[in-house]
Design a protein around this ligand. Sequence first.
Ligand SMILES: [Zn+2]
Length: 351
Amino acid sequence: MKWTLKCQKCGREYNGFKIRCDCGGLLDVVTSLEGDLKSLINSRYTDIRRYLHMLPVEEEHLPKITLPITPIVHLRYREREIFFKLEYLMPSGSFKDRGTYVTVSRLKAEGIGEVVIDSSGNAAISFALFGKSENLKVHLFIPAYTSAGKKKLLHALGAEVHEINGSRMDTHRAAEEYGHGLYASHWLNPYFIEGTKIVAYETYENIGNVDYAIVPVGSGGLFLGIYKGFRELNQLAYAEIPTMIAVQARGYESLCKKSREKATLPEGIFIPEPPRKEEILDALQKTNGFCISVGDGEVKNALDKLISMGFLVESTSAAVFAALNVLIDNDQIERGARVLLPLTGSGLKNV
Ligand SMILES: [Zn+2]
């Protein structure tokens, strides 16, 4: 695939490893996909490598960890066809591995062996796992309040953990100001969206078109990736672009009206201002989509229900199922509709 990084603000193009433009603008991976879907899919593989031609990677620089195609479970639920995509079955237990996979591949291509990451959750665990596998030195900046279990897991994976006394934003600043290694967090990272767009390709190859995609929005990397994937599929195979529905947590809304209530459960989406907010709003508008926010009560019920259905996920993952229930109650999703519901993170890490 031919690709380049392009700045949204000044239009400058880059080819080396870059998270943000020198002017401060956000970068996009701009691709030119030629041919049709069938000719681009690498059918000798049954894993992520089926879609190598759609990614800004070279086969010789791929990470040693190969990602699976995540399973889809189809259930008829309240007279709608729901397709649960089990992203929590990725190697480190979350969809973040998709973004890490492409990022690590770019780091290998550029010969970069030391990076700085800030995260308190799934992205940290994902990077620590890939770091261990690749002999990549990972400096992880985490808030000191991060749960003891997660800290233990990060240490066990051999990451160098820097605990910061302060908020999530203080942690972010400390990581950016740290002198060693390249800053490579998922927050602004354009490679991350390339990784998550493969969710759309896998879905389309497995089940064809869907009418709706209900996706949690924290920093927006999964949402924008799925949207980008469906846009490419529309170009390559005339696939339909589903109505995109963004799910945020009460009290952290930036795409819909902010509520006074503040959720405490879906911690993965406690992000008041996603860096690519304008792009998300544009996707909602172009697909007739909208934003919905959910609170603790709805998330708790949804999590309980998901677990009893056999999906052992964390509470952030339950936000989309909580949203689905509200949308069905309000008749905003019609009977018989085909709905994609990614379940993002494993519940086993919270034990
Ligand atoms: Zn620029």
